[in-house]
Design a protein around this ligand. Structure first.
Ligand code: CU
Length: 156
């Protein structure tokens, strides 16, 4: 009886160490994700923007390095900023740092995904598929709901 208890303990120890080394080698899929994502409604041929919160629950920093969408020619990462003359301007970002155990907000007036050249209408209630590319983590594909938000049109 005593012998059995010891061998069960050693099996447990082996399982624990296997799990720990797996974590060290690659991030678990759920460690990077997004929440509260939405796309602004827009007509075919126009541009629009996607907003979200991007989190990194792992202990390793990562970086967003690009994005693509199923209903657009291309997607760029932009940062809106107020310049010295109180004029809002957007600059394209090559990467956005995603700190360990951190979260980055993509919101009107700040970071956003600029969705260029829509290949179909996006009306409230529709969806657009957005895929995010990272330096380390595997691609993350989101099914983003489309919403109306006319009053924010000028300062995405
Ligand atoms: Cu933009």
């Amino acid at each position: 009886m005593r012998k059995l208890a010891i061998s069960l303990l050693s099996i447990g120890a082996v399982l624990l160490s296997a799990c720990a080394s797996g974590q060290a080698m690659h991030a678990h899929p759920e460690e990077i994700g997004a929440h509260d994502y939405w796309a602004r409604s827009a007509a075919k041929g126009n541009n629009t923007a996607v907003y979200l919160f991007l989190y990194n629950r792992s202990a390793e920093a990562d970086a967003l390095i690009g994005a693509s969408a199923d209903a657009a020619n291309s997607v760029e990462i932009h940062l809106s900023q107020m310049d010295a003359n109180d004029v809002m301007s957007m600059t394209m970002q090559e990467t956005v740092e995603l700190p360990a155990n951190g979260e980055v907000e993509f919101a009107p007036g700040g970071y956003h995904f600029m969705v260029l050249g829509l290949t179909r209408d996006l009306k409230a209630g529709d969806e657009i598929s957005l895929t995010l590319h990272f330096q380390r983590h595997a691609d993350l594909t989101l099914t983003v709901p489309v919403m109306d938000n006319a009053e924010m049109d000028m300062n995405h």
